[in-house]
Design a binder for this molecule. Structure first.
Ligand code: FES
Length: 105
């Protein structure tokens, strides 16, 4: 599945992601700037914060309660905020667009 990351300056980077992996893993594997993922995907650092594109929020869905608690520690949280390690890639998410925040934490 293709995933596009947009950085705060508006630059787009599209990467190929394996179904079953997460958006965070796709970012790290492809050296996407702005995703730190300090905890390695355990939902305990909030440094893999992204904003899901408005057109995708329904398909991606909202955060689980544990993720929601963790999001409280993220910088500039918005209604479309998610922790990218908690977004599993599925074939339906082909074309997904997310933006990275100004900074993590
Ligand atoms: Fe730490 Fe996502 S990588 S919460």
């Amino acid at each position: 599945a293709k995933i596009t990351f947009i950085d705060p300056a508006g630059e787009q980077r599209t990467v190929q992601a394996e179904p079953g992996s997460t958006v965070m893993e796709a970012a790290i594997r492809n050296d996407i700037p702005g995703i730190d993922a300090e905890c390695g995907g355990a939902c305990s650092c909030a440094t893999c914060h992204v904003y899901v594109d408005e057109q995708w929020t329904e398909k991606v869905g909202g955060p689980e309660p544990m993720e929601e608690d963790m999001l409280d520690f993220a910088y500039d949280v918005r209604p479309t905020s998610r922790l990218s390690c908690q977004i599993k890639i599925t074939p339906e998410l082909d074309g997904l667009v997310v933006s990275t925040p100004e900074r993590q934490g």
